[in-house]
Structures are given as structure tokens and as C-alpha cells.
Write a protein of this length. Structure first.
Length: 270
């Protein structure tokens, strides 16, 4: 099984363009899965440079409804066949960011009449070896939630903290064992790995790849989360990227053996 990072904040190679966002291609035997689409500025270009045809993608999975993960859906659909689009039923919630008290919409609006959404709830099988995993609200330990006061959604009486019900991740069974591919880990990366551990009856993972949303948190918070991750789970390869943040990367490198940033253009054999 081969995983290629198509869109990411940093580029691994001079002919690949960086963009704040995330898109990951997964090749599972004769099936191809795309997780997220980035903002939409570089997906088509980077895919062509990396030799990946968007017309051959079999499934699109959206990890959550933020613009930097779903902004490229339109460009993708223009270059793709009619395929299933997998997402949590709440993906169209009004994700909003407050700046100096002023609201700015930073979600997505998928037209259900044009792009029919196949719902992800619980554990949903996408291909033979790829599953999308929801983290139920009742299974999210509050100490590990990644809620920020400026990320909100409309409530009955004004803005309320965004619960990110739509946050999903992927469990992938590769040649080296079970791996986890994250979008932004708004449900909390510890909570995500706990849920997948429970669902798949293992605390050992070959690789954990993707965004952990630690880049905007304090060094003390990152120390706490990464200590929990490295003590609770056995992971051969840590491949943080996107919203994980470089400070968290340094902390990971101090606490784990095999840690490297998964920039755009990275290819990982699972």
C-alpha cells in the first residue's frame, strides 16, 4: 500500500508547490482513495507532477468541513469521474473563525444535489483495507480535545464553540500493520487513537500520519499530548504534518525514535 502527500504546508521537492492545507492519496491494490483536497490552488498541478491521475480516483473522503481540506473539491470534481464522496453528515455545519470578534466563514458548502455525500458514521469501510472512523462525542475525553475559543459555529443565541462533530480519520491496514491517517485531529489525536485502538483491538500502529492541530497550542500542552501518545501507543513511524506545527515536531523528535515531517511529495509505503 502506497500513500502520497499531494498537498501540505511545506514541499519536499522543488517542483512541488506548498499550500496551507492537506490532501493525501492512498493506493490500495487496484483502488485509489483521496483524503481531502487542500484549498484548491495546487491539487491538480501537484497530482500531475507526482504521476497521479485524478480521473482514476475511486473514492473521495473528507476529514472535516474546513476550507483548507475541502476547498479543492470543485477542481477535483472537474477532473474526476463520478465517484462516492464520503464525509460525516455534519460536514456542512457553519464552521466559522472569529478574528477580533468578527466572524469569517472558513467551512465548506457542498451542494448535495451535485455532490451526493455518502455518510460516515462509526466505522465505515471505504475499500478492502481502508476505513473512515468517526469519534463519537461521548468517547472524546475533554482533556484531549482540541477546541479553540475562536473556532465557532452558529448557536441559538449566538456563537458557540465548534464541537467538530464532523471530524473523521482513516484506519489503514497495510503490509506492515495498521496505520492511522489524520485530517486535523479536531476530536483530539489521543482520542482518535484510543477510538481506533478500541475498534481494531490493537495499541500498535505502523505509522501515524497527518495533522494533529498542535501548532497553535502551548509548549506545555504539546508536551502533555505527545507524552500521552508515546506512552499509550506503540508507533513505528510518526509522520506529523500540516497543523501539527514545527514546535510539536521537535517535541516528537525528543520523545520518539522515527519521526519525520510528511511534506508535499512524500511517499510512504504502508
Amino acid at each position: 500500500m502506497e500513500v502520497t502527500v499531494l498537498v501540505e504546508n511545506y514541499s519536499q521537492f522543488p517542483n512541488i508547490i506548498a499550500e496551507y492545507g492537506l490532501s493525501i492519496h492512498i493506493r490500495d491494490a487496484d483502488k485509489q482513495v483521496l483524503l481531502d483536497t487542500g484549498q484548491g490552488h495546487v491539487l491538480v498541478y501537484n497530482s500531475a507532477v507526482l504521476g497521479i491521475s485524478l480521473k482514476e480516483i475511486d473514492h473521495l473522503v473528507l476529514s472535516h468541513g474546513h476550507y483548507d481540506h475541502t476547498g479543492g473539491v470543485s477542481d477535483f470534481l472537474l477532473n474526476a469521474r463520478s465517484i462516492p464522496i464520503w464525509a460525516h453528515p455534519e460536514i456542512n455545519v457553519g464552521h466559522t473563525k472569529l478574528r477580533d470578534g468578527k466572524p469569517f466563514f472558513n467551512g465548506c458548502r457542498l451542494n448535495a444535489e451535485v455532490a451526493a455525500i455518502s455518510p460516515v458514521t462509526g466505522v465505515t469501510q471505504i475499500t478492502e483495507h481502508v476505513w473512515a472512523v468517526e469519534i463519537p462525542m461521548e468517547n472524546r475525553e475533554p482533556d484531549f480535545l482540541n477546541q479553540l475559543p475562536y473556532l465557532v459555529v452558529p448557536g441559538e443565541n449566538g456563537w458557540v464553540p465548534d464541537p467538530f462533530e464532523d471530524d473523521i480519520s482513516l484506519a489503514v491496514q497495510g503490509n506492515h500493520g495498521l496505520s492511522v491517517i489524520l485530517g486535523c485531529s479536531h476530536a483530539g489525536v489521543v482520542n482518535i487513537l484510543e477510538e481506533i485502538s478500541r475498534r481494531f483491538n490493537t495499541r500498535q500502529f505502523y505509522c501515524v500520519l497527518g495533522g494533529m492541530h498542535l501548532g497553535v497550542r502551548s509548549r506545555e500542552y504539546n508536551e502533555k499530548i505527545i507524552s500521552e501518545l508515546t506512552s499509550r501507543f506503540t508507533v513505528q513511524k510518526w509522520k506529523p504534518c500540516h497543523c501539527t506545527g514545527l514546535d510539536a515536531l521537535i517535541t516528537f523528535a525528543r520523545k520518539a525514535e522515527d519521526v519525520s515531517w510528511a511534506g508535499a511529495g512524500s511517499v510512504i509505503e504502508l
